[in-house]
Design a binder for this molecule. Structure first.
Ligand code: RTP
Ligand code: MG
Length: 140
């Protein structure tokens, strides 16, 4: 098994409800190490750039507006199979379909306001990490 890094975002619905610590505990309990973390308030344009791959999807403008509506916590998680493991801990995109014990089952409000983002593949993880962090900020 390979040690991987993945980009995680604690979204506005979760920072608004002071859930950062509870969400981080789930990552750490699953063996994911938080090797970089910062709280930022995205502009709609920055959110749009981050989610560029979704720009043709019907929910794109709603998603960008939501991601810029309040601060987010961006972080890099490291561990064995970190990308898949993080997605397992997050649960399904729509909380109605998420398994018991997952972040989205416990905390998400809706398919849009679903508390967390996680990269979906090694290439996107590398791009998304570089979007928010310099190499010096990653302390493994
Ligand atoms: P993420 O990228 O945030 O980790 O989530 P994901 O892979 O599970 O979902 P994805 O299909 O990549 O969608 C990105 C985010 O867009 C919002 N969304 N809204 N209203 C809708 O039908 C809808 N579908 C997706 C969610 O916030 C989702 O996480
Ligand atoms: Mg995705």
């Amino acid at each position: 098994m390979a040690t991987e890094r993945t980009l995680s975002i604690i979204k506005p619905d979760a920072t608004n409800r002071n859930l950062t610590g509870k969400i981080n505990a789930k990552f750490e309990d699953a063996g994911l190490r938080i090797i970089a973390q910062k709280r930022i308030h995205l502009t709609p344009a920055q959110a749009g750039q981050f989610y560029e791959v979704h720009k043709e999807r019907p929910f794109y403008s709603e998603l960008c507006e939501f991601m810029a509506s309040a601060p987010v916590v961006v972080q890099v998680l490291e561990g064995e199979n970190a990308i898949a493991k993080n997605r397992e801990v997050m649960g399904a995109t729509n909380p109605a379909n998420a398994d018991e014990g997952t972040i989205r089952k416990e905390f998400a409000l809706s398919v849009g306001e679903n508390s967390v983002h996680g990269s979906d593949a090694p290439e996107t993880a590398a791009q998304e990490i570089a979007f928010f962090f310099s190499g010096l900020e990653l302390v493994g």
